[in-house]
Design a protein around this ligand. Structure first.
Ligand code: BTX
Length: 320
């Protein structure tokens, strides 16, 4: 019922809706409307109220309502089934729990993550209502060794989606999106597979949307769309990312063609032409990033002139 009330208010964002109208439309008492409004406020929603005019969601409220996403989304299967959670430890972990029974393309979406994850057990800060915290369950019929390209397709989708809204993001191979040189988005791809066959992939995407204050340790390295002057609603970003993703992902899964996504990763690369470190378990090796290959590997040249394709892993930029 709480969700229904929220949906109702969101439909007339910026205008008051009377408690009487809500109670009639939803078939509940005025006292019940009042109780649900209180519960929504306790959860952190800003709902204005006036004893004469009723209740209102302010025009600038960014409320995530799954049915709104479903009705506007123009995809065949990606995001057609949405699991929405107000608060969860990690959408990737939740997606893994439900993956074996979930339909291909199921979207797990949360308003807040209490234990958002990055790669290698690092933490991903995911404050309530301030970002897109989502994971897709994917069941592609491809060989497991071809799965890493899906991270690049996701990065390309985020960059293209943001372009629709006028934000010129850069892609830091393989899994970060930067805006004005700072981290705006991270992608975490996890897979369960047999030798020859993928059971499922969980593709997690975190995008900072309206955060103005990051925790101390992120202050100099992270940014949000709002901090860079882009005032967007999470719903619109999610829809754009899912639409871009489905097109490029379907092409890859059906025909093996990832050229559009890899072209975008090249065109928007924050690394190509830069001096970098290639970081592995054995240490940090200085190199120059030359290109991203047709298979999605990072092509680097070491100081001794040898050229290598880095398949996966971590790189950092030298001499910023
Ligand atoms: P990563 O390992 O490349 O980046 C993690 C690092 O990024 C952290 O160590 C920290 O320095 C920095 N960081 C942490 N939080 C933020 C933030 N909000 N903005 C910018 N920088 C940050 C990147 O891993 C992959 C992140 C995936 C996040 C999504 S959210 C939905 C899904 N669920 C989940 O638990 N993870 C994914």
């Amino acid at each position: 019922m709480k969700e229904k009330i929220l949906e109702f208010l969101a439909q007339s964002k910026g205008s008051y809706v009377s408690g009487e109208h809500i109670s009639e439309e939803l078939g509940i008492s005025r006292a019940a409307v009042w109780k649900h409004m209180k519960a929504l406020r306790d959860e952190g929603y800003t709902i204005e109220s006036s004893s004469r005019r009723g209740y209102m969601l302010p025009l600038e409220a960014d409320v995530l309502i799954p049915s709104e996403i479903e009705s506007r989304l123009d995809t065949e299967f990606v995001g057609r089934h949405i699991v929405f959670l107000e608060s969860i430890d990690s959408t990737n972990d939740h997606a893994k729990k439900i993956a074996s029974k979930a339909l291909d393309g199921t979207l797990v979406l949360a308003d807040e993550q209490t234990k958002g994850k990055g790669r290698m057990d690092r933490a991903w800060s995911s404050q309530k209502g301030e970002g897109v915290w989502m994971s897709l369950v994917l069941k592609p019929n491809i060989a497991p060794h071809r799965a890493s390209v899906i991270t690049l397709i996701a990065g390309a989708s985020v960059a293209r989606a943001l372009e629709r809204f006028g934000a010129d993001a850069k892609i830091k191979w393989p899994n970060d999106i930067l805006l004005e040189g700072k981290k705006l988005c991270g992608i975490l791809t996890e897979m369960s597979a047999q030798m020859e066959r993928i059971d499922y992939i969980v593709l997690g995407i975190g995008i900072n949307v309206s955060t103005m204050e990051f925790p101390d340790e992120l202050r100099d390295i992270a940014t949000s769309l709002k901090r860079e002057g882009h005032l967007l609603e999470r719903r619109d970003i999610i829809i754009a990312v899912l639409e871009e993703f489905e097109r490029m992902y379907s092409a890859y899964v059906k025909t093996g063609d990832a050229s559009e996504a890899i072209g975008i990763c090249r065109e928007k690369s924050s690394l190509i032409g830069r001096d970098i470190y290639v970081i592995s378990w054995s240490g940090k090796v200085p190199a120059k990033a030359l290109d991203i290959s047709g298979e999605g590997d990072l092509v680097v040249e070491y100081e001794d002139g040898s050229v290598e394709r880095v398949i996966s892993g971590e790189v950092s930029v030298r001499n910023r």
